[in-house]
Design a protein. Structure first.
Length: 502
């Protein structure tokens, strides 16, 4: 175990990001080129190796955090890599993208600062590749069974890798021109450089997973034909249905969905074009929505040279401390600063967010382009606009980052497989991740009553990357059990599981 007094000897010291002005001049990761190992090894030594490690409960993957902290403290990177990969297919993704609910569940958080678990995870993940610990693991024998995975986000990729390694022949179908889902086109390069995604895909190819891009199931390929080709199907299309803002002026030019904007920006960094069709350059940008997608839009707009950036959040400004109704070890709603917020503050010296505010309408110019947003303060509970608080702010580009209502409804995939919706608007499924097709209206659904599984945000709703990977692993276990009669694959979560709450 680690030094039981490590947390007393060493204060919490996260790995520092690159200076704001430096990283605003490029699209590289905010930590690119930073030296981590000595600091990470010291910080890993703060882990107490608790008898009851609540960090396990904070992470849906059940990551063996105290174990790989111990190995990182000793700089035994191979052993740390083995323990990290034991529960997580893609630690290089989660180490960069996850908001680390495990840190909020760290026992030290009760009365001190938690271990820098996310930094340690990212350092181990990088060592996995630098030291050659991510060799392909093709199956020793093939089962003779074939599986189609529809969607190539983290849930689909995790399911595909697990099923390939156990011996099934897996084909991943992706409607976009590249594999990765939102990891590819929704996550900006400065949060995760796509080389991490590319090398993991190459590893999966070497293991035997097949990838089919530019194929939309239900349109380019009928779902009935997909059923004919494969013994099982895993639906992992994500929650791509974008919420709208039905206020006067929404039809004006210059108002875009955040994910459309991010996709265009990512295509530039992928080399598809020299400049995006929608850019923030020299524009007053307003982002509506206080979540991670809004923060990603902010960082992107700043790098494109926006004249100003404001982010509107209908929620009240959270406090610095845990509220009484969100005690340890839950992931609390507290005041947090993302890297993009830090970059905006560096330019203006103030927080770019406007809390407890609601958009009333958009005003346009003579050409039909938005030029002003009218907003008002809102009541904390009812979220109704407060009379007498209306004001306007300049807005040449408005980005709607209001989240997602679930998987896209009414698609050919949904009709042809006879997929139904649950009460939250996600694809309905049973306790074994099997799709609920109680009212099958399509040919494919009538031909098969089992063997169709729902994984990730498509069944859970908008969630975190760690939940998507955990769902992919669990859906793979369910699929393997269906095909083989039993399984040795781990299933870290069940469809009804939810994040830890008070």
């Amino acid at each position: 175990m680690n030094d039981p007094h490590g947390f007393l000897k060493f204060p919490r010291r996260p790995v520092p990001a690159r200076p704001v002005q430096e990283r605003l001049r490029d699209w590289n990761e905010v930590y690119a080129g930073q030296t981590r190992l000595p600091l990470v090894s010291e910080q890993a030594g703060r882990c107490m190796d608790c008898g009851i490690p609540f960090c396990h409960s904070g992470c849906p993957l059940g990551n063996l955090i105290p174990e790989w902290n111990t190995y990182a403290r000793r700089e035994d990177w191979q052993a740390a890599a083995e323990r990290l990969h034991a529960t997580n297919n893609f630690p290089e993704f989660t180490g960069r993208l996850c908001p680390a609910p495990c840190e909020d569940a760290c026992v030290l958080t009760i009365n001190a600062d938690p271990v820098t678990i996310k930094n340690v995870e990212q350092a181990i993940a990088d060592q996995i590749w630098e030291r050659g610990y991510a060799a392909p693991r093709p199956p020793e024998r093939l089962s003779g069974k074939t599986v189609a995975v529809v969607g190539s986000g983290p849930a689909g990729l995790a399911a595909a890798q697990q099923l390939t390694r156990i011996g099934h022949t897996v084909a991943v179908y992706e409607r976009a021109d590249r594999i990765g889902g939102l990891l590819r086109y929704g996550i900006p390069e400065f949060k995760m450089e796509k080389r991490h995604l590319d090398r993991r895909i190459e590893q999966m190819r070497a293991e035997g997973t097949k990838f089919r891009t530019g194929v939309e199931i239900g349109s380019d390929l009928d779902a009935a034909e997909l059923i004919e080709r494969h013994d099982a199907v895993v639906i992992a299309v994500g929650a791509r249905g974008q919420r709208e803002l039905p206020v006067p002026g929404r039809e004006l030019r210059g108002i875009h969905q955040a994910m459309d904007y991010l996709t265009l920006a990512n295509r530039v960094t992928q080399g598809d074009c020299d400049a995006p069709a929608v850019t923030a350059e020299d524009k007053h940008v307003v982002i509506i929505g206080g979540g991670d997608t809004g923060s990603d839009c902010m960082g992107t707009a700043l790098r494109q040279g926006a004249a100003s950036v404001v982010q509107l959040d209908i929620n009240p400004e959270p406090g610095d401390d845990r509220p009484d109704n969100e005690p340890w070890p839950v992931h609390p709603k507290i005041y947090r600063i993302s890297h993009a917020h830090e970059e905006a503050r560096g330019r203006k010296g103030t927080d770019p967010r406007v809390f407890a505010s609601a958009t009333l309408r958009f005003e346009g110019d003579r050409t039909g382009r938005v030029h002003e947003l009218r907003l008002a303060e809102v009541e904390p509970e009812a979220r109704r606009p407060l009379p007498g608080t209306e004001r306007g702010i300049p807005a040449d580009l408005v980005l709607l980052a209001l989240g997602f209502y679930g998987p896209e409804h009414g698609t050919g995939l949904m009709r042809q497989l006879g997929l139904t919706l649950d009460g939250r608007g996600n694809f309905a499924r049973n306790a074994g991740f099997g799709a609920e097709t109680a009212d099958p209206s399509g040919r494919a659904a009538r031909r098969r009553t089992g063997g169709i599984f729902i994984a990730g945000d498509a069944g859970r709703g908008q969630s975190l990357v760690v939940w998507a990977i955990a769902e992919g692993r669990s859906a793979a276990a369910a699929t393997d059990r269906y095909l083989s009669g039993s399984t040795v694959l781990p299933a870290p979560v069940a469809p009804q599981d939810r994040p830890l709450v008070a």
